[in-house]
Design a protein around this ligand. Structure first.
Ligand code: FKS
Ligand code: ZN
Length: 347
C-alpha cells in the first residue's frame, strides 16, 4: 500500500514533558518516524508519496476555529514573553471557571486549550500539525480514489486532540480529519477503530453525538491508565450518536488473548455499522516492550492484527498514533501493514 510521508515533521521536536513532577525528555520524538520509514522500506512496503496541501478547511470541520487560531499564533506569543524553551501549560480552568471568555495571556490560553502538561508546543508545532493533517488527507484521498488502503506516516499523533483542545502529544486529530473527509466526500457511514494503548478521547469527543461516524477504542482501563478521565465502557454516545461509540477498556498488563477478544468484538460492531470506509488509529504502544504502556502484545501479534483488519474488507486508512519502543515500533507497524496487504491480495 502507499505510504504518505514527508520529512518536514522534524520541525516539531518537543524537548521535555512534565512527568510525575519532573521534566523528562519527550517520548514522542522525530526518530519514531525514522524507524517506521526504515522498517517499511526494508519490508518493501510502499511506494512512499509526498502529501498534498489541503489548507485549513478540512481541519475546521472537526476543530473549533478559535482553537486553530490559538495553535497558529501560540508559539509567537509565547516567544514574545521572552521564552525560548517549549511552551507547556501550568494552569487550567477546571470546573467553575469560565471557558467562554478567551484570556489575552498566552499562558492562560495554553491552559484553556489543553488537558495535560506533557505536550510541549514548539516553534514548529503548528507547521508539523498541519503537515500531519495533510498526510492523513492525502491517504484518505488515495483510498477514496480507489486504493484499498493507505498509511499516513505522520507525527505528531492526533487521537487525544479534541474539538478545542490539545494533549497527549496531539494537536490536530488526523484520524478525525480523515474520517470527516470521507463523510464530506459522500461516504454515509464511516468507522474509526483506535488500537493505540491509550483511549482516543479526542476522537471520541469529536464524534460523540454523531451516528454517521462509529468510534471504537481498545485501550488501557482509564481507572489506572492515561488519559484517565474518559474511555469507560459505559460511554456509548449521546443524542443522535447514542449507540455509535464503543470503548473496550482492558486491565493494565492484559495479554494478547484478551486484547484479540476485544478486537473481535470491535470488528463485529464495525461489520454491523456497514461503513463505506475504515480509519485505523494505529498505535503500537500495545507492544510488550513499550516503555510507557503495559499490554503484552508480542511482535507476531501485529501480523494477526493486519490480517483481521483486512478481513473486514473495507477501504482503509491507517494513521500512525503512539508507540515508543523506538527500535521495534517500525517493525510492528510494518508487520500490520504487510499482513494487511497480503490478506488483501496486494502482495
Ligand atoms: C509517560 C507519561 C505518559 C502521556 C501519554 C501520551 C500517549 C500518547 C499516545 C499517542 F498516540 F497520542 F501518541 N503520558 N512518561 O500514545 O496515545
Ligand atoms: Zn498511545
Amino acid at each position: 500500500m502507499k505510504i504518505v510521508y514527508s520529512d518536514r515533521h522534524r520541525v516539531h521536536r518537543g524537548e521535555f514533558e512534565i512527568y510525575r513532577g519532573e521534566l523528562v525528555p519527550c517520548f514522542e520524538k522525530p526518530e519514531r518516524a525514522d524507524f517506521v520509514l526504515a522498517a517499511l522500506r526494508s519490508q518493501r512496503i510502499g511506494p512512499v508519496v509526498e502529501p498534498r496541501s489541503f489548507g485549513l478547511a478540512p481541519l475546521e470541520r472537526v476543530h473549533a476555529p478559535r482553537y486553530l487560531r490559538f495553535l497558529e499564533r501560540a508559539w509567537r506569543e509565547w516567544s514574545a514573553l521572552g521564552q525560548t524553551r517549549d511552551a507547556l501549560p501550568a494552569v487550567w480552568p477546571i470546573r467553575g471557571f469560565r471557558d467562554d471568555v478567551e484570556p489575552r495571556n498566552v499562558v492562560a490560553q495554553l491552559g484553556l486549550f489543553s488537558f495535560d502538561s506533557g505536550t510541549p508546543l514548539t516553534s514548529g508545532t503548528w507547521e508539523a500539525a498541519c503537515l500531519g493533517a495533510d498526510i492523513a488527507l492525502t491517504a484518505q484521498a488515495l483510498v477514496h480514489g480507489g486504493e484499498r488502503a493507505a498509511f499516513a506516516l505522520s507525527r505528531p499523533p492526533g487521537h487525544h486532540a479534541g474539538p478545542d483542545f490539545l494533549g497527549g502529544y496531539c494537536f490536530v486529530n488526523n484520524a478525525a480529519v480523515a474520517a470527516q473527509a470521507f463523510v464530506d466526500a459522500g461516504v454515509a457511514r464511516v468507522a474509526v477503530l483506535d488500537v493505540d494503548y491509550h483511549h482516543g478521547n479526542g476522537t471520541q469527543a469529536i464524534f460523540y453525538e454523531r451516528a454517521d461516524v462509529l468510534f471504537l477504542s481498545i485501550h488501557g482501563d482509564p481507572a489506572t491508565e492515561y488519559p484517565f478521565y474518559l474511555g469507560h465502557a459505559d460511554e456509548t454516545g449521546r443524542g443522535a450518536g447514542d449507540g455509535y461509540n464503543g470503548n473496550y477498556p482492558l486491565p493494565a498488563g492484559s495479554s494478547n488473548e484478551r486484547w484479540f477478544e476485544a478486537l473481535a468484538r470491535a470488528c463485529a460492531r464495525i461489520r454491523g455499522h456497514r461503513p463505506g470506509a475504515l480509519v485505523v488509529s494505529l498505535g503500537v504502544d500495545t507492544y510488550a516492550g513499550d516503555p510507557i504502556s503495559t499490554f503484552q502484545l508480542d511482535a507476531p501479534e501485529y501480523r494477526r492484527l493486519g490480517r483481521e483488519l483486512a478481513a473486514l474488507g473495507l477501504p482503509t486508512v491507517f494513521i500512525l498514533e503512539g508507540g515508543y519502543a523506538v527500535a521495534e515500533i517500525g517493525e510492528n507497524v510494518a508487520q500490520v501493514l504487510a499482513a494487511f496487504d497480503e490478506a488483501a491480495g496486494a502482495r
